[in-house]
Design a protein. Structure first.
Length: 267
């Protein structure tokens, strides 16, 4: 076994070392640098980036954590989408509203309608007192009680209406059940057009000309019809068999009428 006298490399029998020729012999590890230190593996420069670590600037956002854009509450988004498409795309808007219903959005709509009902009553009382200043039909506590009574009737009617719809639809549909939340969303549509227009009609009716009384009744009729149509669409979006629609809608309205009569008799 021989060794090179220049570099000390072990040589095979008959092999001539070429360490002085400038060619790196095979099998001789090549040196590179890693962080300024010589390493075995080649005449290359390695950066100090750990393997598996993505290169680039750090943005401050933890890796793997999604960034979320600020969005409004889904509750108000659902209400806003309903109001935007109420007359332009009523079928799709109502169907989306009912099928994506939340108890919060339905309760907000019902609460607003209850307030509008009470406000309409206050406007009516104001007009009555102006027309009949000597009358004592509406004074002090009676005005406040009338306001609360109207609000309570709207809220109770929606609750009863939703319950009847849920019970009837689930009785007819054996394989498709709806929740009370969905039924409450349908019930919240019952006066969604009527009460805003009823306030307008009540104000118009205060004008001391008989013709404007007729105009007020026409506005109220439109509001009633539009609201009932929206309820019809709402029931249709959760019930598969349209043949049951008249019964479901009719019985639900009848139950509300009975409840309203009882409340009025009590209070």
């Amino acid at each position: 076994m021989k060794y090179c006298s220049k570099c000390g490399r072990q040589l095979n029998d008959g092999e001539v070392c070429n360490c002085q020729s400038g060619v790196q012999p095979q099998g001789q590890p090549m040196q590179g640098q890693f962080n300024g230190q010589p390493v075995m593996g080649g005449n290359v420069q390695f950066n100090n980036q750990p393997q598996g670590q993505p290169q680039g600037q750090f943005t401050g956002q933890p890796q793997g954590r999604p960034q979320y854009s600020q969005q409004s509450s889904p509750v108000f988004e659902n209400i806003a989408s309903l109001l935007k498409g109420l007359f332009k795309n009523p079928v799709s808007s109502v169907s989306y509203y009912v099928n994506n219903a939340s108890a919060a959005s339905s309760c907000i709509v019902i609460a607003v309608l209850a307030f509008l009902s009470g406000l309409r009553q206050l406007i009516y009382i104001a007009g009555y007192n102006i027309k009949y200043p000597a009358s004592s039909a509406y004074e002090g506590v009676k005005i406040f009680t009338s306001f609360l009574n109207d609000m309570f009737i709207v809220i109770a009617s929606a609750a009863v209406f939703a319950l009847i719809i849920m019970l009837l639809v689930n009785a007819f549909e054996k394989d498709h059940k709806i929740t009370y939340t969905q039924a409450l969303a349908v019930a919240s549509l019952m006066d969604i057009v009527y009460f805003p227009l009823a306030i307008v009609g009540t104000i118009i009716k205060m004008i001391p000309v008989a013709f404007f009384g007729y105009v007020a009744s026409w506005i109220g009729a439109f509001g009633n019809g539009a609201s009932y149509a929206l309820v019809f669409i709402g029931i249709k979006s959760v019930e598969r068999d349209d043949n049951h629609m008249p019964i479901v809608f009719g019985v639900a309205l009848c139950a509300v009428a009975v409840m309203t009569t009882i409340v009025n008799l009590i209070f």
